[in-house]
Design a protein around this ligand. Structure first.
Ligand code: NAD
Length: 368
């Protein structure tokens, strides 16, 4: 049986709890993983002066596959997101977020099966920012006024939004290949090309050109604000969505809401060689250490990882055990209850216990 080396980054906030729960259920499938546990995030920042130390990146490069808990990015403190840095550093250009309904989940819809493909390296997330009040920002504002004859208020901050032909082609091609290899019928490109003609407009032009080369898969496009409404009103009309970075981030959370919330939304950051799996949700600091948060989003990211490793049987077994736990509704966390204060909600580790028990039962040979 193959042993798969995998980097495991527990992460910040609730990360260690959901990571531990995920590791336990993956091990319980019987698949052989050689876990290379690496610490990153706020906790190691003081020790190494860097929230994503070089040895952690080296571990991911070596193993080619990683699964991580969420990492905290303090708001407005001038600290760049470690998640964004990780994706850029390893050129994980595609963020795939499947949003699928599981029977038993409390949601307005019961048969959603959407996949969000988000570009991960460009757009306003490029980290090219000019802070309000700095001399270089003033110079940039003056330069823009001179070149465009458009004025920007002097007390502004600036964020630059680059979108390239190269980046757009790569992600739209990825979306078509993903659609084809996963038996999907349609790709929808999402943009705001009517307003941002030279960035979103370029993305749309490239998407249309790539679509013309892939006539076996249907293609259409939607303006992002309209897409948000369509996803709420007619989600079943959509299949694979491909979006620039920011819209992908926002609509991923919306789509997670359609299938029961952040506690159930998995994700995969994919490059040509490296894959890093992580839930859509963040580090939820207010719940850290409370054994309260739903580990299923990270467990379902583990299902995606097992499929990526070619461990289809283990992936199906784990997805089945999670689906059964949801359907039964007994060992689920507060977010899956109608009333968030429902005293019958269980904690993170009890969800893992229930799933491990199902997996052990499934692996025990029948004595009949
Ligand atoms: P969040 O996803 O951490 O939490 C928002 C709220 O959603 C929580 O307070 C909780 O009520 C609910 N929630 C989230 N995950 C849940 C789960 N598994 N089970 C049950 N309820 C859940 O979003 P935030 O508060 O905006 O971000 C907190 C921190 O996480 C920030 O520093 C942010 O930068 C970071 N973040 C990291 C990642 C990542 O590592 N990929 C992604 C998003 C946010």
């Amino acid at each position: 049986m193959a042993v798969h080396p995998v980097t495991l980054i527990p992460g910040d906030g609730v990360g260690p709890e959901v990571s531990e729960a995920t590791r336990r259920v993956i091990d319980a499938t019987g698949v052989q993983i050689d876990w290379d546990v690496q610490q990153a995030g706020l906790g190691v920042m003081e020790q190494h002066g860097d929230p994503m130390p070089a040895h952690v990146l080296d571990s991911i490069r070596r193993n080619k596959v990683a699964i991580k808990g969420p990492l905290t990015t303090p708001i407005g403190k001038g600290i760049r997101s470690v998640n964004v840095a990780l994706r850029k550093e390893l050129d994980l250009y595609a963020l795939v977020r499947p949003c699928k309904s599981y029977p038993g989940v409390r949601s307005r819809y019961d048969d959603i099966d959407l996949v969000i493909v988000r570009e991960n390296t460009e757009d306003i997330y490029a980290g090219i920012e000019f802070q309000e009040g700095k001399a270089e920002t003033e110079r940039m504002i003056d330069e823009i006024a001179e070149r465009t004859k458009k004025s920007i208020r002097p007390d502004s901050g600036l964020s630059i939004k680059p979108i390239s032909i190269t980046g757009s082609k790569r992600i739209v091609n990825f979306a078509f290949e993903y659609a084809r290899s996963h038996g999907r019928r349609k790709v929808t490109a999402v943009h705001k090309a009517n307003i941002m003609k030279f960035t979103d407009g370029l993305f749309l032009q490239v998407a249309q050109a790539v679509a013309a080369e892939n006539p076996d898969i249907q293609f259409n496009d939607r303006i992002v604000d309209n897409m948000a409404m369509q996803l709420v009103q007619n989600p079943k009309e959509y299949d694979v969505l491909v979006l620039p970075n920011l819209y992908g981030d926002i609509l991923s959370d919306l789509a997670a809401g359609l299938v029961g919330g952040l506690g159930l939304a998995p994700g995969a950051n994919l490059g040509d060689e490296i894959a890093v799996f992580e839930a859509t949700h963040g580090s939820a600091p207010k719940y850290a250490g409370m054994n309260k948060i739903n580990p299923m989003a990270m467990m379902l990211s583990g299902v995606l990882m097992l499929r990526h490793l070619g461990e289809t049987y283990a992936a199906n077994m784990l997805e089945g055990a999670i689906a059964e736990t949801i359907r039964e509704g007994r060992f689920v966390t507060y977010d899956m209850k109608a009333d968030r204060d429902d005293p019958t909600a269980v904690g993170t580790s009890q969800v893992a216990d229930a799933i491990v028990a199902k997996l052990e039962k499934a692996r025990t040979p029948s004595t009949i």
